[in-house]
Design a protein around this ligand. Structure first.
Ligand code: PLP
Length: 366
């Protein structure tokens, strides 16, 4: 059996360190706030290369809080990719702002700057590039567009811890960046957790206050905020894993290299793009094929798990049935029938990758 994701194997590989970290928080009873949270915020901010890191409850809250902190004008339009997880658009809609979908690049599957340009109107106030699957967006082009039209930028880094574009780490480029530490992400907690990074002192402070009841100090509330805090246990778990993250991302890249090496040249399958500007963090290794469902069944019969990210593009979800772009013919919407995510993670041995590749070759031979 070749697992798509193996969190248990990951735990066993760092069990002693992890058990000690968890026990330490329980011993200290610092469950909300406290040293473990401060330590993780400092070390993750440093790892990303951002001056400010605010721990929050999850990646969706991170987006909602970043949007609220930017205080965009009422009725604003926010441009985001038609291919993402619903959290990206949900955060915009729930802030009372208008979601505007733009298409994704045919090769990298992330927000296409040219499509963004076509969707900019007088009401556009922000862009949310999503570094989907771990592939960084073309941030230099998007930041140039943002500067030209005075738009704010929130990078959705939920799938891209450690990705880089032209040598710049994602999470350091936009006004805000948001991270998810959902258990299956490249850096995952043992429950829900998230973070926001920001360059600007005042924006970071505002985000921190929103996440903690609008307060500056205990019982000093300057405005109504909300409760979305990273807890001490998750922070200690994340700090423990962060010490291994570079090695794990390198492993993901090695797995991707092996897939690429072994699958190149098979007619009928499109491999992820490998440009020299990007360091892909390979949260997912997504291939495309017209025979997606049959290939998934074939792999399952060989004991190989796969996933689909995402079968339905955002504008086609029932949640957007009344959205003006619900029926637009986006490339992002056509991709859904063809994408297949192969097993990916630091749990994989290269001979297991070879086994997956051999099964794929067999499928396309017959
Ligand atoms: C996982 C994810 C989120 C949401 O993160 P949660 O921690 O699950 O709330 C947001 N955006 C993208 C692209 C994601 O993959």
């Amino acid at each position: 059996m070749i697992k798509f994701l193996d969190l248990h194997a990951q735990y066993l590989s760092i069990k002693e360190e992890m058990d000690a970290a968890i026990a330490g928080v329980i011993e200290s009873s610092a469950f909300i706030g406290g040293p473990a949270v401060r330590e993780f915020e400092a070390s993750f901010g440093n790892w990303v290369g951002s001056p400010h890191c605010v721990g929050v409850g999850n990646g969706t809250d991170a987006l909602e809080i970043a949007i609220e902190a930017l205080a965009l004008p009422p009725g604003s339009e926010v441009i985001l990719p038609a291919n993402s997880f619903i959290a990206t658009s949900e955060a915009v809609g729930r802030a009372g702002l208008k979601v505007v979908f733009a298409d994704v690049d045919h090769q990298t599957y992330v927000l296409d700057p040219e499509s963004v340009r076509q969707h900019i109107s007088a009401k556009t106030s922000a862009i949310i590039p999503v570094h989907l699957y771990g592939h960084p967006c073309d941030m230099p082009a998007l930041m140039a567009l943002a500067a030209e039209h005075e738009l704010k930028v929130i990078e959705d880094c939920a799938q891209a811890h450690g990705a880089r574009i032209d040598g710049q780490t994602v999470g350091t480029i936009g006004d805000f960046a948001t991270f998810s530490f959902y258990p299956g992400k490249n850096l995952g907690a043992y429950g829900d957790a998230g973070a926001i990074t920001a360059k600007d002192d005042a924006l970071a402070k505002r985000a921190r206050m929103i996440a903690n009841h609008g307060r500056v100090a205990k019982y000093e509330h300057e405005f109504e905020g909300r409760n979305s805090r990273l807890d001490g246990l998750q922070a200690a778990i994340l700090s423990t894993k962060l010490r291994h993250l570079d090695k794990w991302i390198e492993r993901r890249i090695a797995v991707a290299d092996r897939y690429t090496d072994r699958l190149t040249g098979i007619a009928g399958i499109t491999l992820p793009h490998r440009g020299n500007r990007a360091r892909h963090a390979y949260h997912l290794f997504v291939v495309r094929t017209a025979q997606r469902d049959a290939l998934a069944i074939h792999l399952k019969s060989r004991g190989i798990e796969t996933g689909i990210h995402y079968p339905v593009a955002l504008p086609r979800l029932a949640a957007y049935a009344n959205h003006p772009q619900a029926q637009v013919d986006f490339f992002a919407a056509r991709m859904g029938a063809e994408v297949l995510s192969l097993p990916m993670g630091e749990h994989l041995e290269l001979d297991q990758v070879d086994e997956v590749c051999a099964a794929i070759r067999d499928f396309f031979k017959s």
